[in-house]
Design a protein around this ligand. Structure first.
Ligand SMILES: O=C(CO)[C@@H](O)[C@H](O)COP(=O)(O)O
Length: 228
């Protein structure tokens, strides 16, 4: 079993995002996770599509956009045009999931749905065969307090995907992922861990070390051992 790590730029110094992007680029991170917050679905507001476009022009990293917004479908066309690689939407924030998934599929963008800690898997079960990944929030959006109850949901989703022979659907955990919480989440059957503060804790945190500590022996090397 291997695990991908997706550093979340939200945890980086907002006045020096470029340095953070470069640090991730020099690491074994699978994706660069980009949270978009609108001040409605989440209290906070952070960077938006102009910043994502600038990042896209600057780096070959796989850009993994997490729309923590109401009506995320409003941003799909622009994100496709910018050329991001992955887009996820919260299942309870959208009335246009079907159309958004279709547009992403046609554009060849990988698509995910996101479930908050208190929501049951039944809220997204009907979409499963059209998804490339599911993000199970392990904290409330906009917070970093790990919610251990989500462990059971990770295991349940793994069983469900096995049962429905949907082994290409990736399970992602996001929120409160640290050196302490990661091992239990990995054991539960996760494919990818999103981590903001654990990776960008301080300007001195070595991104390569932080990723290795999170994934341990399970670390997946996306570009192969020889390329690093
Ligand atoms: O989506 C979110 C928060 O809304 C996450 O991406 C968090 O930003 C994770 O932060 P850490 O708990 O890893 O610091």
């Amino acid at each position: 079993m291997t695990v991908n790590i997706a550093p979340a730029l939200l945890g980086a110094d907002p006045l020096d995002l470029l340095t953070a992007v470069e640090r991730v680029q020099g690491s074994t991170a699978a994706y660069l996770h980009l949270d978009v917050m609108d001040g409605h679905y989440t209290n906070d507001i952070n960077f938006g599509l102009r910043t994502i476009r600038a990042i896209r022009e600057e780096t070959p990293l796989v850009l993994d956009v997490h729309l923590q917004t109401l009506q995320p479908e409003r941003y799909i066309d622009q994100l496709i045009e910018i050329g991001v690689h992955r887009v996820s939407m919260h299942v309870d924030a959208s009335t246009g999931i079907e159309d958004a998934l279709k547009a992403l599929q046609q554009a060849g963008v990988r698509k995910g749905l996101v479930l908050n800690p208190e929501l049951p898997l039944t809220d997204l079960e009907r979409y499963l065969d059209r998804l490339d990944y599911v993000i199970l929030m392990t904290s409330r959006p906009g917070t970093s307090t790990f919610e251990p109850k989500v462990i059971a949901k990770i295991k349940e989703l793994r069983r469900l995907l096995d049962h429905r022979l949907l082994d290409t659907v990736e399970i992602v955990a996001d929120g409160g992922i640290t050196d302490l919480t990661a091992p239990e989440v990995i054991d539960a059957g996760i494919d990818t861990l999103v981590a903001a503060s654990a990776v960008f804790n301080s300007p001195d945190t070595d991104v390569v070390d932080a990723i290795t500590r999170l994934a341990g022996e399970h670390l997946h090397h996306p570009r192969g051992d020889d390329d690093r």
